[in-house]
Write a protein that binds this ligand. Structure first.
Ligand SMILES: Nc1ncnc2c1ncn2[C@@H]1O[C@H](COP(=O)(O)OP(=O)(O)OC[C@H]2O[C@@H]([n+]3cccc(C(=O)O)c3)[C@H](O)[C@@H]2O)[C@@H](O)[C@H]1O
Ligand SMILES: Nc1ncnc2c1ncn2[C@@H]1O[C@H](COP(=O)(O)OP(=O)(O)OP(=O)(O)O)[C@@H](O)[C@H]1O
Length: 250
């Protein structure tokens, strides 16, 4: 067994304790500030599944709203969101953003042409707008789903999924999220599908980043990585520093 596998095995041993710590954190953030509850964007992926399951454990079904927000999204993710809601007893609502997305892109395109990534980021920011509308109205917090691996390389949309009020999974790598997901009863189809932001057709995280989550998490947890992956990881970390910092001001 190598250092990375050993680390993950040790994490499994303290999993229940770690879940309890994160559940307590959510309760403290919501109840400690006399807020009503939590709202989470549900993508059909593993990060939002784990985040929502922790919120339901912390606050109970009545105080958590999961929001599925398709904008030309794949049917498999709609199905997985539905399966998740059933598995963790989540109050799941749908806000279809297709028309808002089309209207925004059409108007912006009158000024300049947008590529697939910019259009995808626009979708992520419309989702943030929707979650905040619900949070405003209900007196809830918007819960961030970005994990440690994504945050390290800035793999999130600034002002989109990168903008929220609290983050109960920020210190977990993708591999730790996967371990926790099994314990929380997340459906198998969510555990096994390739991570994708689904911002455009055929997108997958690993193909876009140019290295695997295993490369990234090995590097984060043990400091080891093959030289090519390490160079790419460090490059993305460097150019995304602005996403982890407060806005420069004078
Ligand atoms: N040095 C600097 N100081 C301050 N601000 C700086 C900056 N450099 C860029 N910026 C600003 O940041 C903007 C670029 O950042 P951003 O808008 O985020 O855009 P960008 O980082 O180019 O794209 C977002 C990436 O996150 C991925 N993503 C999005 C959503 C979910 C997931 C997921 O899997 O969970 C992944 C997506 O596929 C894409 O690769 C620039 O347009 C500029 O406004
Ligand atoms: N269609 C969607 N409906 C609602 N929220 C979404 C949707 N797509 C993305 N999000 C929100 O943005 C976050 C980042 O998106 P992403 O698609 O990467 O999901 P994820 O849960 O991180 O899963 P994975 O990276 O494993 O696919 C999600 O966790 C979710 O909160």
């Amino acid at each position: 067994m190598d250092k990375f596998e050993e680390y993950l095995l040790q994490y499994e041993e303290r999993l229940e304790e770690d879940i309890a710590k994160r559940v307590a954190f959510i309760r403290e953030q919501v109840d400690g500030q006399k807020l009503g509850g939590a709202v989470v964007g549900i993508s059909g992926g593993i990060d939002s599944a784990v985040t929502a399951a922790l919120c339901v454990r912390a606050l109970g079904k009545e105080r958590v709203i999961g929001v599925w927000m398709p904008a030309y999204s794949q049917a498999v993710h709609a199905e997985d969101s539905r399966k998740l809601a059933e598995a963790i007893d989540l109050n799941l609502v749908t806000v279809d953003l297709s028309k808002a997305y089309d209207a925004a892109v059409a108007e912006i395109s009158k000024v300049l042409e947008l590529d697939d990534k910019t259009k995808g980021n626009t979708k992520a920011r419309l989702r943030m707008t929707t979650l905040y509308a619900i949070a405003n109205q209900k007196g809830y917090l918007v819960i961030d789903t970005c994990n440690r691996s994504e945050v390290y390389v800035g793999y999130m949309t600034k002002g989109g999924d990168g903008l929220a009020d609290i983050n109960p999974v920020a210190s977990l790598t993708k591999h730790e999220v996967r371990i926790m997901a099994r314990q929380l009863g997340i459906p198998e189809s969510i555990l096994t599908k390739a991570p994708s932001a689904d911002l455009w057709a055929g997108q997958t995280d690993e193909q876009e980043m140019g290295f695997t989550y295993e490369d990234l998490d090995r590097f984060l947890l043990t400091g080891e990585a093959n030289p090519e992956a390490k160079e790419k990881i460090e490059y993305l970390h460097r150019i995304s520093e602005h996403k982890r910092r407060a806005m420069p001001e004078i």
